[in-house]
Design a protein around this ligand. Structure first.
Ligand SMILES: [Zn+2]
Ligand SMILES: [Zn+2]
Length: 132
């Protein structure tokens, strides 16, 4: 069972089964709605996903898609598209209690990828010891 929730803890979820997809999305809508350069998602059967605490706020990021997020702290949690037919749901990997448990295995929407995202490995690194 995969468990997770938002930053403030108001909204919690659990997802059963094995993720059917695990991807790092570079689309411009993920970027604009999160403020992050890319968003990692995993996908499970809709029937295997449920909220266990709180209820997210929802907005339509396009006429066909809904994104759910914590209305208090803003963490984006799920994505559902009309094309999914109610059968699947995408969940943000970084909202998992253990984000290491469902690592991305592919990049998607790379035609929208920020150029500098493809060239991060050579950057110098600084450890910020005051944050978990
Ligand atoms: Zn929250
Ligand atoms: Zn995206």
């Amino acid at each position: 069972m995969l468990t997770g929730g938002c930053y403030c803890g108001a909204v919690r979820y659990e997802a059963g089964g094995e993720p059917t997809e695990r991807a790092l999305c570079h689309c411009s809508i993920c970027r604009a709605t999160t403020g992050a350069p890319a968003v990692a998602w995993f996908t499970v059967e809709r029937a295997d996903f449920r909220y266990t605490a709180g209820a997210p706020a929802v907005f339509a990021s396009t006429p066909e898609a809904e994104r759910a997020f914590c209305g208090t702290c803003g963490t984006q949690l799920t994505f559902v598209h009309a094309d999914y037919g109610g059968k699947r749901i995408d969940v943000t990997t970084a909202s998992l209690d253990d984000p290491e448990s469902a690592p991305p295995v592919e990049h998607i929407w790379t035609r929208s990828r920020l150029a500098w995202m493809a060239d991060l490995n050579g950057l110098p690194e600084r450890t910020m010891a005051d944050r978990p």
